[in-house]
Structures are given as C-alpha cells and as structure tokens.
Design a protein around this ligand. Sequence first.
Ligand code: GLA
Length: 383
Amino acid sequence: MIRGDVVLQGFDEQFGGPPACLVCAPGRVNLIGEHTDYNDGFVLPMAIDRAIWIALRPRDDRRVRVYSLDYGQTLEFSSLGFERGQGWGEYIKGVAYALQAEGYALRGWEGALSGNVPKGAGLSSSAALELAAARAFAAVSGLDWQAARMARICQRAENEWVGVQCGIMDQMACAVSREGHALFLDCRSLEYEHVPLPQDIAVVVLDTSTRRGLVGSAYNERREQCQAAARFFRVKALRDLSMEQFEARGKRLKELEQAAWKRARHIVSENERVLAAAQAMRRGDAARLGALFNQSHASLRDDFEVSSPALDQIVEAAQAQPACYGARMTGAGFGGCAVALVKQEEAGEFGAAVLAAYRRKSGVEARVYVCQASAGAALFPLS
Ligand code: GLA
C-alpha cells in the first residue's frame, strides 16, 4: 500500500468520514555542497522518493489535531496560543508559529500523518514534516502557495521554534524540486535551476545506522567558526571569498586559529566543487561528478571535520566498488548517511557489496536506499 492510502485509511479510523485533501512533502539527499548553505553559498540536493503524507480536512475552529500513525500519538493545540513541548509535533507547531509571525491567519484542521523518511539520518525528515505542515495550513487557510517563500517560513520554524540554526537548503529542496532533476541553488539569492540527472546512473543512499541529532551538536560551532573566518577575511560571507584570495590572505588566520582556517578552506573549495558539479551534470558527465563527490568527502573529513569513523568506512567501501563513480557523506555529518553515484544497471550488486564490506569492518548492519529524484511538496485535493 502506498503512503497516501495508509493515511487515508488512518484518517477514516481516527476521525471518521472523508478527508478534504492529501499533502505530501519529500525528504532530500544532498548530492554536493555541504555546510555551504549558511555561508550564502551553492548546493546541489535532490528531493527523494521518501516522504511525509498527511490526509486532512479543515475544522471550523482554530484547533489542530494530528494523529501520527507512526508514533500512535495525537498532537493537539490551538493556533490561538500554544507552548513548546517535545517530539515530532514541534515541527508542526513551529510552522504554525512562523506562518502567524509572517502575518498569515490560520484555520484549524485534523489530519492523519505517516512517513518513510528515516529520522536523524541526514535525509531531512524534519524539513519534510515542516513543508507537509505548511501545505496543510495553506490548504485549509486558503493561502497562496509560493514554494520558496514557504521554504523560508519553514526554515524560520526550525530556527526559532525548534532551535536548530539550519540553513535554507533542506526546506528549499523539499519545496521546489522537480522529478528527475537535482536542484542547483544559490543560497544567497535563492535563484535555482533544475538540472537533469545524468542518464544511466543511480543515486544510492547508504545509511550507516549511526545517528547524531543536530540540536546541541557541533553544527552551531561550525557556523560560528565560519562567521569568524568571514570576519577575518572582511567578507559578508565565505561565499564571497575566492580560492586565490583565501590562499593569498589566509596565512595569518592559519597561525591564529587553525580550525577556522580549515573550515574556510572547506567552504571555499566546496563552493567551487558545486559549480563544477552542476556543469558536469549539465554535460551528463558522471565520472567528473563522482570525482567531485570523492573530493568533497575528503574535505569534509579533513578540513570541516564533520565525518565519523562509520561514515568514512561506508564511503571507503563504496569508493572501492568498480560500479561507483564517487561517494561522500551527506547532510550535517557525524553519523547518518553517505551518498554514492553508481552505474544504474549495477546498483543492486553495488548495494549488496557495500553492505557486506561495512558489516565486516564495523559489525553493523547498514541500509541501502536507491533513490529517485522526486518533486517538491504537493497538494492533492480529494473533492
Ligand atoms: C543540515 C542543515 C542544512 C545544511 C546541512 C549541511 O542538513 O539543515 O541547512 O547546513 O546540514 O550541509
């Protein structure tokens, strides 16, 4: 049964009667451009065929009641006033908070929710939930759906309500992606281009089965180090620094604060790799794209220092396979997933070989998801 059917049935069991619409918002895998978004830089993610679904109908009052089929829990609050709590419901409340802070008047709704985006794996289950909630509020409240604006509002929800200082990549990827395409995004201007994936390749996500949450992690520390480096170079953001300028003016920073110098080197080189990757993709050059993946991983491991032994092991296992063009950790890091670019017809054997090699090295069972590039958050009216 597809997820849409699951939530339709769940809705009927919980609330009785038919829902008015279905909303769906995908997770994403970042192909390249890691930790560049909050440096006003470039990223190249794609939305995946794993998503959050909600079947819902409007209420006459301003209450929101959401039943999660995955947790067997109900979230209930009034958009007129609510307080912080814990768990999955905070993403929905956060979106209500951010929409209202932006001046939107919200109606209430009741809905049944389910998803298959792995949580805490670096595949943006939180952005998917935020965008699904935003689509739900927009549908019942008659709001015009402007995808990029909604992505910003969902980022605000995560920054101000959930308390994670994430950039804009995840929400934009979940909001505006197109089927069969990656999203080349300028995180400063929010201009973007849908770039078709090369023919005959598979995007394979390798889940190490290790987890590390973003909240309270070294993520915010990395942001601060990048800001400190930008101040040192007297640029608005590290996006504004070229490799030549970094090399010409970076010596003093290296002596003063080697960590900030390394973080800056990653950001400057990663932005260059994203531009090169978008070009390689436009040419359909999988070999070049794969080489850039490998370089990105080395930079994240050695300069940005956000990889982990598990991620390094799975990336090495992937890179050792002849079917693999390239592999790297993806998402914030410290655990979660890697992404590999693989010859399509050999994707099955590739996955099995990586699972076996990773099991041998770590004793841990990984998971493999061959992902299709999917469309952003969608609304399906039912009547
Ligand atoms: C998380 C954040 C994003 C981005 C990545 C790292 O996914 O939510 O904004 O910073 O980490 O590239």
